[in-house]
Ligand binder design. Structure first.
Ligand code: SF4
Length: 357
């Protein structure tokens, strides 16, 4: 199997996808791409949340034209999502796009493919082949009867073959399905035979709640196997939520170095403080923390000191107060009303110390 560290490194703007254990976070704009103001504003919100690459739909001339201005005003690589019309790909490339998502087998005659590949080569732009269980080629549906993981991998190999024939190798591949077991099987099979980096996603996963669960279930399995160099959580929600979920998922597997982790207890009858409020406030605060510290918020002294020993900073609740722990040592007791403020101050001190080292 090609572990993500063993895949071909592919440059996208200033980033490298594949060839390392790093997994980059992507999202997609929900705005009309031609609406530059709205698209740039959404991308800025995504950047702020930790999105590292962003895709926009390029479904018409106006969208392709807008790429030029959008590129000037954002800081992360921009990916054009193109279906069928190779001229839009050429225009997006001319306007400075960093990566094109297009399936070369779906853009008509060979000269169309040659034109796109030549333009990508000239500017060092990679192509993502996006296989989707819901839109497999007719010859594969005829062969397999219905979408299967095998059909998805064959589709990917079909498109890869077209690019390789033109001596093009800056390729990234995704094999998305909304059916989680099918997506897991497709990516697992793909990782056996495809040396290019894989972009992971469970497509049309659902709403914030159900889509998060489905994506975490499917992509968690793959990430844990060492599969996947980029990730997108597809949610029927504000795309900022996609980025937040992706960051949390990568944290779970130790695949992100610029995010803080919160450990908090589910509470029980021993609880004497308003722990849910404290945990939610601390979690919101940690969203802005871009260093890998661990913070624990525990309801009582039963597990609190133990968890706090594993964390950089932590609290254990008691009646109307909390004990503050730093690197496993209790540093002081704080009244409940001041608990969050004191914890935030301590977090700031640790972040500052981390940034100095
Ligand atoms: Fe209950 Fe204390 Fe455990 Fe929280 S840490 S679940 S309050 S025993």
């Amino acid at each position: 199997m090609y572990h993500r560290k063993d895949t071909r490194p592919v440059k996208v703007g200033g980033l490298t996808i594949g060839g390392s254990d790093e997994v980059l976070i992507q999202s997609m704009c929900t705005t009309k791409t031609a609406n530059v103001e709205a698209t740039v504003a959404e991308i800025h919100r995504l950047e702020e949340a930790g999105c590292q690459l962003v895709r926009v739909t390029v479904n018409n001339e106006e969208a392709a034209d807008a790429i030029k201005e959008i590129k000037k005003r954002i800081h992360i690589p921009l990916v054009a999502d193109i279906h069928f019309d190779y001229r839009l790909a050429l225009k997006a490339i001319e306007n400075g796009i960093d990566k094109v998502r297009i399936n070369p087998g779906n853009i008509g005659r060979r000269k169309n493919v040659e034109a796109v590949v030549a333009a990508c080569k000239a500017r060092g732009i990679p192509i993502r082949i996006g296989v989707n269980a819901g839109s497999l080629e007719k010859h594969l549906l005829d062969k397999y009867g219905y979408p299967t993981p095998e059909a998805m991998v064959e589709s990917a190999l079909f498109h890869i073959g077209i690019l390789e024939e033109l001596d093009f190798h800056d390729i990234i591949v995704s094999l998305k399905a909304s059916d989680v077991p099918m997506a897991i099987a497709a990516y697992s099979k793909a990782a056996q035979v495809i040396p290019y980096p894989l972009h992971l996603g469970i497509t049309e996963a659902g709403t914030l709640f159900s889509g998060t669960v489905k994506s975490a279930a499917g992509l968690g399995v793959l990430l844990n196997l060492g599969i996947g160099s980029t990730i997108r959580i597809s949610l029927s929600a504000d795309p900022v939520e996609e980025v937040k979920v992706a960051r949390e998922l990568l944290k779970t597997f130790g695949l992100i170095t610029n995010a803080a982790t919160l450990v908090s207890c589910p509470t029980c009858g021993r609880l004497d403080i308003d722990l849910f409020a404290v945990a939610n406030e601390v979690e919101a605060y940690l969203e802005k923390v871009k260093v890998p510290i661990k913070v624990s918020v525990l309801g009582c002294a039963v597990n609190g000191p133990g968890e706090a020993r594993e964390a950089d900073i932590g609290i254990a609740g008691a009646r109307g107060e909390g004990m503050l722990f730093r690197y496993g040592e209790m540093i002081r007791k704080v009244p409940e009303a001041e608990l969050v403020a004191e914890l935030k101050k301590e977090i700031d001190v640790i972040v500052e110390a981390y940034n100095r080292t």
